[in-house]
Design a protein around this ligand. Structure first.
Ligand SMILES: Cc1cc2nc3c(=O)[nH]c(=O)nc-3n(C[C@H](O)[C@H](O)[C@H](O)COP(=O)(O)O)c2cc1C
Length: 221
């Protein structure tokens, strides 16, 4: 696949087939993604590949937490307020998602069912969980993590796989710490759902929006 096609066609997948991703494919993708840049080549990322029974347990526990409305205990500070233009985009993607599922804004139960599905990782058969040493500066460690996450997403796209970065996978880090051998001095940064996309699902097909380049680029000559 041409790089620019992969960049354009990668999109967050919110409905996965249950087919497992062969371990060799995940391994190849991560091996190739090691060439991502990082601060001083520190390669601060640490990745847990979670599948099988462990993933099943995590999905169930994560789903139960959100449906009981447990407050987030995420280890990454989450913004509470957004600048107006950004908030509009955030609200916009929410509307597109619910619109694609034909869920009305006032239908609280359907919205909760959708959120529960998100906390079950949209049915993905694999979760890539990214951590880093907590002694690092969060800002640059998150930047390193973001760089390898996008590389992985593009390499997955190239193989017909789908991905979705999911804050919803790290909202309750204690659940992950109970199930995975994550040392206490590591920070859980983000999770990425990985699997084969359901090509027919409307939620994987709605039109996405991007700001015009002029809205965020300043040319200085
Ligand atoms: C750090 C991060 C966390 C995200 N968390 C979620 C999430 O919890 N649930 C979700 O549905 N999408 C999540 N997304 C996906 C974004 O909503 C998505 O990238 C954005 O709307 C742009 O759409 P696209 O990826 O389809 O181009 C997350 C993306 C990033 C980068």
């Amino acid at each position: 696949m041409e790089l620019k096609t992969a960049v354009k066609e990668r999109r967050s997948i919110r409905s996965f087939k249950s087919d497992p991703v062969p371990e060799s494919v995940v391994s190849e993708i991560i091996t190739e993604a090691r060439w991502s840049p990082s601060w001083g080549n520190t390669q601060s990322w640490e990745i847990y590949v979670v599948t099988g029974e462990t993933l099943k347990k995590f999905k169930e526990a994560n789903r139960a937490k959100i449906t009981s409305l447990a407050p987030s205990t995420t280890e990454i500070p989450t913004p509470q307020n957004w600048p107006e233009a950004l908030k509009k985009r955030y609200v916009g993607v929410g509307k597109s998602v619910l619109g694609s599922l034909q869920i009305a804004r006032e239908d609280k139960q359907a919205r909760m069912d959708y959120t529960a599905d998100m906390f079950s990782l949209f049915g993905a058969p694999c979760l890539l969980l990214f951590c880093f040493d907590s002694s690092l500066s969060v800002g640059y460690a998150m930047l390193d993590t973001g760089l390898i996450v996008q590389t992985i997403c593009l390499l997955a796209q190239d193989r017909g796989l789908g991905t979705c970065a999911l804050a919803a996978s790290i909202t309750y880090p204690d659940l992950l710490r109970e199930l995975l051998p994550i040392p206490a001095d590591r920070t859980i940064a983000v999770g990425v759902a990985l699997g084969y996309p359901d090509p027919d699902a409307a939620i994987n097909r709605f039109e996405r929006e991007r700001a015009a380049v002029s809205e965020f680029v300043t040319w200085v000559k």
